[in-house]
Design a binder for this molecule. Structure first.
Ligand code: CTP
Ligand code: MN
Ligand code: MN
Length: 510
């Protein structure tokens, strides 16, 4: 038995108990082996601490008298995360990176439940954001105990689709989009980064105090949060939603093939509705825009997961008809677990085939679909990839793989739950599909690059260059210090090269 624990609970307890079960702290009484608690006395007081320790031990928790390496959870009362860190620093105690800093409310809930309850944001103590997230801290600064702190980089945060801060992130995304329409890149990035960091929070922001310690929140973003907390809405967002330019650009860019340039032109010409544009005799449309108008209703209605799966079968059938050993992976939003998307993205690669066979594959697939009457639109772009070229330094740079942007005809009968299909006369839906063909050596980089989200990609590239002196793009990872390309056969290896914990695809919804 641990003598420390004996000293604490032992002498006072005189009740006879069977051997070995005399105290709640004997190893066999510990029900929850994975947690090792330490309760901070500071601001809590000796007697309350003793009471809570005893109670927790009786419930089967392992509670340490002293802080040691084995402690996984520090419980504190009336302390912020920063207070606890400061205390640890004063004590010259190094905390492990897995350490959880929790408010006493978590322990009390656990006591009520008789087992560890889920740790949510309301329990987790917030650490003020002036500690460097970099894992190679500069030698001048005293490195703080490595506790979980929100990183400024999305590639160091786990962002699932379970967004607790929709009310704020929706607002930021509207403001960001408006900046994009006005080609205000700076503010666009500010709002996108703010949206991204809030999506990763395990709790809902309910007061400005909750924003303490959260990085990537510039004043502009904080003002919006404050507005929403105080009034339930942001006046800035309201103004944008009523803005002529925003409304028009939003409408125009909803057409496949219409970007900022075309929108600007139509807006300046005085157009405000699509019907006027569609029927205007003087306007010239690209082939892409023609298709965009032709299949407009189908394309603006989102692609469901069931539809994406049906497309996946279609793609695999066609690809495997020509290259049976090819790997076909659904990427983009659906790989991140999204239930709907604006298109379906696929990465194709093959190990055993010749370069010629690989180059021909997409052509053959498109020809097959053309014959079958399934190809409603296609734009094939040949590869401009050069093996020895350094990765691109631009975080938003497009890749050089052979790829095609398509609109496919998906027959309702190919989807399992196709009940709605009979109601309308049309038996198919037009679906946007992106196919990317990459050399086998690059497939891990291409997969990482095409899985997104965009913000995640931007941040992992920034992280590579700012924190690691490496250049990452969809093709390769280059170490500038060692002047070598770092090879990887899986996404896990790329994260490892970058010194990052692996983030699963469904945690990349930044
Ligand atoms: N991408 C890319 N190069 C392109 C287009 C896209 O590298 N020319 C990457 C982007 O990083 C993006 C991912 O591929 O994260 C998927 O792109 P996209 O289909 O536009 O976005 P999704 O995340 O799939 O979202 P949605 O559901 O709207 O399709
Ligand atoms: Mn997509
Ligand atoms: Mn896409």
């Amino acid at each position: 038995m641990d003598p420390l624990q004996m000293a604490h609970t032992g002498p006072r307890k005189k009740r006879a108990r069977p051997m070995g079960a005399s105290m709640a702290t004997t190893p066999q009484d510990i029900k929850f082996q994975d947690l090792v608690l330490f309760i901070l006395e500071k601001k809590m007081g000796t007697s309350r601490r003793a009471f809570l320790m005893e109670l927790a031990r009786r419930k089967g928790f392992r509670v340490e008298n002293e802080l040691s390496d084995s402690v996984t959870h520090i419980v504190a009362e009336n302390n912020s995360g920063s207070d606890v860190l400061e205390w640890l620093q004063v004590q010259k105690i190094k905390a492990s990176s897995q350490l959880e800093l929790l408010d006493v409310s978590w322990l009390i809930e656990c006591m009520g439940a008789g087992k560890p309850v889920e740790m949510t944001g309301k329990h987790q103590l917030v650490v003020r954001g002036d500690y460097s997230a970099s894992s190679n801290p500069s030698p001048q600064k005293t490195p703080p105990p490595a506790v979980k702190k929100i990183s400024q980089y999305a590639c160091q945060r786990r962002t699932t689709l379970n967004n607790h801060n929709n009310i704020f992130t929706d607002a930021f995304e509207i403001l960001a989009e408006n900046c994009e329409f006005r080609e205000n890149e700076g503010s666009y990035v500010v709002f996108m980064r703010a949206a991204s960091v809030l999506k990763s929070l395990p709790f809902t922001i309910i007061s400005m105090k909750d924003t303490q310690g959260i990085p990537c929140l510039e004043d502009k973003a904080k003002c919006v949060i404050e507005d929403i907390i105080e009034d339930g809405e942001s006046s800035e967002v309201k103004a944008v939603l009523n803005d002529e330019r925003y409304k028009s650009f939003k409408l125009f860019t909803s057409v496949f093939g219409v970007g900022l340039k075309t929108s600007e032109k139509w807006f300046r010409m005085g157009f405000r509705s699509l019907s006027k544009i569609r029927t205007d005799k003087t306007l010239k449309f690209t082939e892409m825009q023609e298709a965009g108008f032709l299949y407009y209703e189908d394309l603006v209605s989102c692609v469901t997961k069931a539809e994406a799966d049906a497309v996946s079968v279609l793609v695999k059938e066609a690809v495997w008809a020509f290259l049976p050993d090819a790997f076909v992976t659904m990427t983009g939003g659906f790989r991140r677990g999204k239930k709907v998307g604006h298109d379906v993205d696929f990465l194709i690669t093959s190990q055993g085939s010749t370069e010629e066979e690989q180059q021909q594959l997409l052509h053959k697939v498109l020809n097959l679909w053309k014959k079958e009457g399934l190809l409603l639109y296609s734009d094939l772009i040949e590869s401009t990839f050069e093996k020895l070229k350094l990765p691109s330094r631009k975080v938003d740079a497009l890749d050089h793989f052979q790829k095609c942007f398509l609109i496919l005809k998906l027959h309702h009968q190919r989807i399992d739950n196709s009940k709605s299909s009979q109601l309308q006369g049309k038996t198919w839906k037009a679906i946007r599909v992106d196919l990317v063909m990459c050399p086998y050596e690059c497939h891990a980089f291409a997969l990482l690059g095409w899985t997104g989200s965009r913000q995640f990609e931007r941040d992992i590239r920034h992280y590579a260059s700012h924190e690691r002196k490496m250049i990452l793009d969809n093709h390769a990872l280059y170490d500038k210090t060692k002047r070598i390309f770092l090879k990887a056969g899986s996404e896990e290896e790329i994260f490892a090269h970058l010194g990052l914990d692996y983030i699963e695809p469904w945690e990349r919804n930044a």
